[in-house]
Design a protein around this ligand. Sequence first.
Ligand code: FMN
Length: 139
Amino acid sequence: MTDFRLVYYSENRIPPERLEAEIEAILGASRRNNGLVGISGALMFNAGFFAQVLEGTQQAIESTFERIQQDRRHGNVQLLDFTSTSTRSFLTWSMAFIGSSEGVAVSLSSIASRSGFDPRNLDGTQLFSRLRDLLSEPG
Ligand SMILES: Cc1cc2nc3c(=O)[nH]c(=O)nc-3n(C[C@H](O)[C@H](O)[C@H](O)COP(=O)(O)O)c2cc1C
């Protein structure tokens, strides 16, 4: 079946004192749910923004994104791209995380701290490529 890729960014609404716990909760739910419906992808948190790529069947992505859009932990969700694709770039991750918030324990933090970028300046293809490149760079 043809895979689709969805790319969006959004503004964080989580207060700083709850950020670490809420991001852990988001990743926990994402990895569990995405694994069940065959979604792979990557989530970045940086400078008050989330950016996310979801890969999977159209149906799985639509129902997942429907939930994500209603989540009050972020807002102003901006859909940048939703297209069919013949290749998955995040196949081994039910949800990879790239983060740079203070106190958020992430294995790729050194990469993320170098990556400070504002997703508002990127289109869907650029944002997707950026996340893919960050994950493939050696830490
Ligand atoms: C930035 C952001 C990204 C999220 N990404 C996903 C995701 O990839 N998959 C997912 O199932 N839920 C994701 N969520 C969480 C959903 O909004 C929702 O809370 C969750 O799917 C509910 O799962 P549960 O019913 O199993 O608790 C995300 C939430 C936020 C704020």
